[in-house]
Design a protein around this ligand. Structure first.
Ligand code: SF4
Length: 291
């Protein structure tokens, strides 16, 4: 079975499960990246009823925001519900810039609190489709085409007790009996696609994609994401407004730390920024535990 056909079969099956167990259409989650665009195109071709959801991270590049608007405009003209969800923290609208002082620590590889507030809160109790692929990272190698996401441990895969076995020629598929889990479930229709498969599909099917890829970006996502490591230097060179916004937020973070009567070895938001960017030339590199 070819990749497109197999991915569409997965979408169709998940759609049936969504309608049967949740009573509402499957949700295509959409970030504005290339994988999202492929999944969205597959949804369009599948013929299933669906909705589209984007979590507004507040740190996406302008190109990504325009691209999402463009795609959602087309969807709305087709009568497909496409929602951009704005983030909320403790009942208030928030952004990366308010979260940093609130949390009194910068987001880091080990402390990705921003993900749970800015990216992962949408679509509770829904069956969603994602663009997760094994090819993206070793951390994703254990992901499966069908997953349950428990309410308590978001991101933790719960392939559990109530399993329906189905075969689609070569692949043994496992589905969760969602109504008993009462939680979010996910299908990853392109989990087995490679980077090359994605680009071959985009080019051969003329899928409109985010212009950031033509600016030398291999991945698109939050500007300044700590997971992007040294690549952030390019991001901040291309988007200096975001660099200034982080420095300002780190300054506010220090004020919040001092207001709470806690010590900090950093003097300014810029000191924090340099530490955060892992600049080896900064004397007295601090661990967050030193604060
Ligand atoms: S900056 Fe990175 S860790 Fe934070 S929300 Fe964005 S993707 Fe998640």
């Amino acid at each position: 079975m070819d990749l497109e056909k197999k991915a569409i079969e997965r979408i169709k099956l998940a759609s049936e499960m969504s309608l049967q167990h949740y009573g509402v259409p499957l949700v295509c989650t959409y970030s504005g990246g290339k994988d999202s665009d492929v999944v969205l195109e597959l949804f369009r071709r599948s013929g299933v009823p669906y909705e589209v959801h984007n979590s507004h991270t507040t740190v996406d590049a302008p190109q990504t925001i325009y691209h999402i608007r463009q795609k959602f405009g087309v969807l709305e003209n087709l009568g497909i519900k496409a929602t951009v969800e704005k983030p909320v923290y403790k009942g208030q609208r928030c952004s990366m810039w308010t979260l940093i002082p609130e949390k009194k620590t910068p987001p880091t590889r080990m402390k990705r609190y921003c993900c749970s507030v800015l990216k992962e809160t949408g679509c509770p109790n829904r069956y969603i489709a994602t663009g997760v692929r094994w090819d993206e990272s070793t951390a994703r190698k254990d992901r499966t085409a069908y997953e349950g996401i428990t309410a308590k441990k978001k991101n933790k895969i719960a392939i559990n007790d109530e399993i329906i076995l189905m075969n689609d020629n070569s692949e043994k598929r496992r589905l969760i009996e969602h109504c008993r889990l009462k939680s979010k479930s996910a299908v990853n229709p392109i989990v087995d696609w490679t980077h090359k498969d994605i680009w071959d599909y985009i080019r051969s099917e003329r899928v409109l994609y985010n212009p950031l890829y033509d600016m030398g970006y291999k991945r698109v996502g939050c500007i300044g994401c700590p997971m992007a490591g040294k690549h952030r230097w390019k991001e901040f060179a291309d988007f200096p407004t975001y660099r200034r916004a982080y420095i300002r937020a780190f300054g506010k973070m220090l004020e919040a730390i001092h207001r709470a009567g806690k010590p900090s070895k950093w003097k300014t938001g810029y000191d924090v920024f340099l530490w955060w960017m892992e600049d080896d030339n900064i004397p007295g590199q601090l661990s967050l535990d030193d604060m």
